[in-house]
Structure formats: C-alpha cells, structure tokens
Design a protein around this ligand. Structure first.
Ligand code: ADP
Ligand code: MG
Length: 683
C-alpha cells in the first residue's frame, strides 16, 4: 500500500489498533502527524568498532555472529538472564540481556547481528542490554538513533520502524518557507529536515534540521499573531464606561488592601475596556502577587454593565479554585464552572447539556472552564471579556478559537501569566500587546527561606517537614518525571510516596496527586490537603500553577536540577501564601557546577523576573529540547532558550509582511497560515 501524508497511522506496519489509539492521545492520527512527532533525545551509536578495539565505556555498534546464546534464571531474583557470545573475526564479546528470554529464539546461533550499547569491562568485556537488529539494517543501531517518549502499547522499535516507512511520504510536502529565508539561513527543505530530525546522518545535519523546524514554529507563530492582529484591527468592541463608585465599593468589600500594582493593573484594564476596540493586555505577576482578584474586578465591572465573560484556566484544579474565588468576589452573579469532570451553575451541579444551552442562549454572565470551553459544540456567543490564565499553556490556535468567533463587537482579552517573560521577549513573541506588571507582593509576606539539600542534609530536611506538620502546617513534595513514557508522573509520585510514608514520614499523613487521577479524585485530594486530612502532598508539577493552600509552608523539590529556574520559582510560589514563615528545599539528585549555579540563583533571588532572565543566560540556546518551559508558548521543539531564533523569526516575519502584507505573492505561505487558522477552529 502506498503511504501518503494523509494515510492513517493504523495502516503502517507494526502499528495495530491499540497503538493507533495511544498515538491518537498524543495528537498523532495520520502520517503527517507522525512525522511531526519528534524524538525527545538521541542515542549516538554511530561509532562502529571491531570487537578487538572495544574499550570500557565505549558507546558503539558492533556487528558479529552469534556463537552461543542461552537463557537462565538468576539466583534469588525474579530475573531472567540471556547470555550470548558474539564474534566478528577480531575477537569476541559477552552480551547480557535482562528479562528478554525470547531473544534466545530471535537471535539464534549463527545469525549475524548489529548490537549497540555501552561496553563494560569490569568483569571481562561485556555489552549489557544492547539494542539489536539484523546486521547493517541501520534503524536501531550503527547510527544516531532517535528516542521517542513512547506511550502505551507502542514500543520504541515499532515506532522507529513505522517512522521509517512514514518518511517515504515526506516528499509530498510542498515547501512553504520562502526560498529567500531558506537560502540565506542555509536550511534544508522540510522533507529533508524531517528525515534528518528522525534519522540524522550526523550531528551537524541534525542540528540544522532542528534549527529549521524550530524556526518553522516560531515563524508561523509570528505570522499567526500578525494575522490575528490584522483581523482584529477592523473589529470594534463593546465599550464599558468606567464606573468608579462601583470599583470603590468592590475594593471596600475585600478582606485585604490591594497593592499599588494591583490597583494600577485594574485601572489599566478598565481603561482599555472603556475603548471601543478590543483590549489585548497581558498581566504579568509573580506567583502569589494576586492576579485573580485583579481579573475578578475587571470581570465584575464588565458584568455589572451587562457584559458576558469567560475565564479560561489551564487545569481542572485551577478552574475549580478560580470558580470558588469568583463566586465569592462576584456577589449576586451565578458563576458557572465547565470542566471535563464537573459542571456547575453557582454551587449547584447541573448537566453538561443544561449549561451548554444556557451558554448558547447567552444566559450565563460568567463561566470558568478548562480547554472544554473551546471544544467543538460549545457556543459562547457575544462575549465581552475573556480572561486567559497562565496564557502560555494555551497555544495560539486555542486562543484564536476563543477569540475569532466572528462576533461583532469582539471581546476584550486579558491574558495572565505567573512566569515573568522578559518584556522584550514578550513583545517579540506576542507583538503589540499591552503589558501590566505586578511586582509587589501583598503586605506581610515573608521571603521564602530557600535552601539546597544535598544527600547529607536530607535527613534534617525531612525532620523539618515533620516539625512543620506538627505545627499544623502542610508540605508539598514535588517529584520530577523520571521515565519519559510516564508522562503523567504516576510512577515517580507513587514510588516516592510509598518510600516516604514507610520511612522518614511514617508519622505523617501522606497523599498523592498526579496527572492520571480523575478530576473528582484530584479535587478530593486537594480538599483533603486544604483541610489537613492530608498533611504532605507528594505531587508532580500539577500543582505548579495557581494552587492556593495558605497553610502550606514547606516545599521540597526532588530532582530539582531537572527543572528550569522559572519553573522552580513557580513551584516555590505554592508556599509563602500567608504571614507564616515558609521554606523551600531544593534537593538535587545529581550535581554539577551548572546545577549549583542555577540552584544558588534560587537561594539568593526572589524576583521571578530576574530568575527568568538568569534562566535564559544559564541555559542558553540550543538546549536539550522537550523540557517543560513555562512562560512560553507550547511548541514541540522551540524553547525560551532559542532567543536568537525567536529574534530571527520576528525579523523575517516583519520583513515579509512589510513587502507583501496579504502575502499575495506567497501563496504557499498564505495557504500554510490559513490552514493553521482553520485548524484553530477545529481543535
Ligand atoms: P496569583 O497571582 O499567583 O494568581 P492569587 O491571585 O492566587 O495569586 O493570590 C494569592 C493569594 O493572595 C490569594 O489567597 C489572595 O486572596 C491573596 N491576595 C491577593 N491580593 C492580596 C492583597 N493585596 N493582600 C493580601 N492578600 C492578597
Ligand atoms: Mg493565579
């Protein structure tokens, strides 16, 4: 069967119905999607050596004949060992695999195979758990080999095989990036770049392919923004006259005094909303700086004058929390909640269909929701104000889906982010938006005492956790993702919680929170944590954004070196939300001077803006990609570290649009952007 870009992945060899379903969860449906499912790292097995030349520690590929192979049960362990002797004319080497007894059949005596792995010569020259394939096949060995964050039923071997087959269709892709750009930057065309990103010939080819593909993301992002902006220019918006007495009343009802920055932000927002053209404002404020109440005032002010509003939150937990807060702040308004797991009007649970009908009729003044709000079949006519919390969690497309409903007048948009994107970067990324910045912390907050806990200091750290709990406080323990296939962090959280509750935290009530829990389970856990039925919460970065538990005074971040500074800062912001002294312990697993420098920055610096800048400098461009970035749109490849490419993308977009604003002379680029916009409405 011929493979085309539109062919379903289920038709590829090695991908059955189960695997196709797993891929679908990753957004991979057809061959084209698969080609854009990028490796998260590579193993370099391109060094090929004769067995006689192998040295301890070599990471290599060897090719030889299997002289002997046999499996046996290891003593006292539930482990099968398969041992083989492989020879290549220059010598022989022992090979061991764990728990793969079937290899005895697959790799029978006399077969010639290529093996890739790292040589260990502590007990004679040995290859442990090498990757194998028929000699000179060159998919899994003998080259730079792609490693994917595979999931479920799909093994990496099958995925690589399917990828090889799928790449045959890459030539159908019509190059859309203007020749001038490619020529000047010396980049490969798209089919070539895709081939190289999956199966690179060498590191240089790989680097150029990655650069080209990152540029594609950043450049399209720029062009989409330019497009949205252009469409917006012709739009008018509802203007709400500033009602100062109402705002004053609102402030008087608050249990605290707003900071000057908060007041300033509110003022800037209501002024924007008083204009008859749509606001596009980004509210940046460090974690805990009190953005929610600012948004609440803007919402209340709009709703008071008959406007309808929607609040988009990145996670279910956060949506529920914001729903509670807004219900409190917007007295007299029944705030709706719309997530995959729960639908409410005010405090009453109602059916999804009931809410859909209310929303479609425009009978709901304010709705808080997750992604579900922008799904097909949800109609939100006539919105006056949209708030997008943690806006970088949402792609351009999702934002676009919410904004470009064709409604006239168009809604005002307030985006918010806790990760301070440096101003210059924000402007480059998002074009001409307005910025409001909250730099002050609410009164009475103490700095969070931040410490690095090396192995030796860990016992004392856990003792302090116990002490905090004894004082009636709460603690978070954050686990990094260990296994890339464990995307939701189930494994690392469960294991850590077990070890802690049997060991150092025996006397404490330990709970867990990870991405795989159902939404009502998550809610239960968060409620238990708030009320103290759970005292220590072991979690993934699910708790990163926005979660507000003022009694939590202790944050332990395991594997801290795996997180970026901006993300560590966000995590740290989960504590220090009251007047009590809070602590943050950064417990790295491995240690390098770079790790030390980065973690020390956390110890000495409390300002998220400064940390974000530091992160940019310390991590630099061309970093390992795929790391979770905060404060940055969700690209597959590009990260906030790609400052040079971001700039390049911005400059090229400017240059091209200046000469040809409607892209009349660039039909392929025009088409590419239109497709991306069209997709925004489908997603
Ligand atoms: P974030 O900016 O991270 O979203 P929140 O809006 O969740 O922060 O606010 C954090 C906490 O601070 C909330 O409990 C909120 O009620 C409280 N808060 C907000 N503004 C003030 C203020 N001016 N004074 C005291 N507490 C405040
Ligand atoms: Mg928030």
């Amino acid at each position: 069967m011929a493979i085309h870009l539109s062919t379903s992945v289920a038709a590829l060899p090695g991908i059955g119905a189960g695997a196709a379903k797993d891929l679908k969860n990753l957004g991979v449906v057809c061959v084209r999607d698969l080609l854009e499912y990028f490796p998260f790292r590579y193993d370099d097995f391109s060094k090929i050596k004769a067995i006689a030349d192998l040295r301890h520690g070599d990471t290599v590929t060897v090719t030889g004949r299997i002289r002997a192979i046999e499996s046996r049960q290891a003593k006292n362990r539930r482990l099968t060992l398969t041992e083989a002797i492989v020879e290549d004319g220059t010598g022989e080497i022992k090979v061991i695999w764990f728990n793969q007894p079937y290899l005895e059949k697959t790799l029978s005596i006399g077969k010639v195979v290529s093996l890739a792995g790292t040589v260990d010569s502590k007990f004679g020259k040995t290859l442990v758990n090498p990757i194998y394939e028929a000699a000179h096949t060159n998919i899994h060995t003998g080259r730079i080999v792609p490693v994917y964050g595979r999931t479920g039923a799909l093994t990496i071997r099958r995925l690589r095989g399917a990828m090889q087959t799928a790449l045959a269709a890459a030539d159908e892709i019509v190059e859309w990036l203007p020749g001038k750009v490619r020529g000047q930057e010396h980049w490969p065309d798209e089919p070539e770049a895709l081939r190289a990103v999956h199966f690179p010939k060498d590191n240089q080819e790989l680097a150029r392919a990655i650069e080209r593909l990152k540029f594609d993301e950043l450049f399209l992002h720029q062009m989409l923004f330019a497009e949205v902006r252009r469409q917006k220019e012709v739009k008018e918006a509802k203007a709400w006259a500033i009602d100062e007495s109402y705002l004053k009343e609102f402030v008087q009802r608050l249990p605290f005094e707003l900071t000057t920055d908060q007041k300033m932000a509110v003022w800037e927002i209501v002024q924007d909303c008083a204009k008859d053209h749509p606001m596009n404002r980004l509210l940046e404020g460090d974690v805990g700086s009190g953005k929610t109440v600012v948004a609440a005032m803007a919402l209340a002010h709009a709703i008071k004058q008959g406007g309808k509003a929607a609040y988009l939150a990145p996670t279910e937990i956060l949506a529920k929390q914001v729903h509670q807060e807004l219900s409190k702040y917007l007295s007299g308004v029944e705030v709706a909640l719309f997530t995959a797991g729960q639908v409410k009007l005010g405090q009453e649970e109602i059916s999804r269909n009931n809410l859909l009908a209310l929303l479609a009729r425009g009978d709901c003044a304010c709705v808080v929701g997750t992604q579900t709000l922008i799904q097909e079949g949800v109609s939100l006519p006539d919105l006056g104000l949209i708030v997008i919390d943690e806006q970088h969690r949402f792609g351009v497309r999702q934002r676009h889906a919410l904004l470009e409903t064709g409604d006239r007048p168009a809604p005002h948009l307030l985006s918010m982010t806790a990760t301070p994107i440096p101003r210059s970067l924000a402007l480059t990324l998002y074009g001409d938006l307005q910025l409001s910045i909250i730099r002050q912390k609410p009164k009475g907050r103490k700095p969070i005492a931040t410490r690095i806990a090396f192995e030796k200091a860990k016992a004392a750290m856990w003792q302090q956790v116990e002490a905090e709990i004894k004082n009636g406080h709460r603690a978070y323990v954050i686990c990094p993702l260990i296994d890339p296939s464990d995307k939701l962090g189930t494994q690392s959280v469960t294991e850590t919680a077990q070890v802690l509750s049997k060991g150092v935290l025996k006397k404490v009530k330990v709970g867990i929170l990870h991405g795989k829990l159902k939404s009502d389970e998550k809610e239960q856990v968060m409620n238990d944590f708030k009320s103290g039925r759970i005292e220590v919460l072991v979690a993934t970065t699910v708790v990163e954004v926005g979660v507000d538990v003022p009694d939590a005074t202790m944050m332990v971040i395991l594997g801290a070196e795996r997180f970026g500074l901006a993300q560590l800062h966000q995590l740290r912001g989960r504590v220090g939300r009251s007047e009590r002294q809070s602590y943050c312990y950064l417990a790295p697993e491995t240690f390098s001077s770079n790790t030390k420098e980065r973690l020390m920055a956390m110890v000495h610096c409390e300002d998220g803006f400064e940390l974000a800048e530091r992160d940019l400098q310390l991590r630099g461009a061309g970093n390992v990609f795929g790391t979770a970035q905060s404060g940055f749109p969700d690209f597959k490849l590009a990260t906030v570290g790609d400052a040079d490419l971001i700039k390049k993308a911005h400059e090229w977009a400017q240059e091209i649009l200046a000469k040809d604003p409607h892209l009349d002379r660039k039909p392929l680029l025009r088409q590419k952007i239109d497709d991306a916009l069209a997709q925004a409405h489908l997603e």
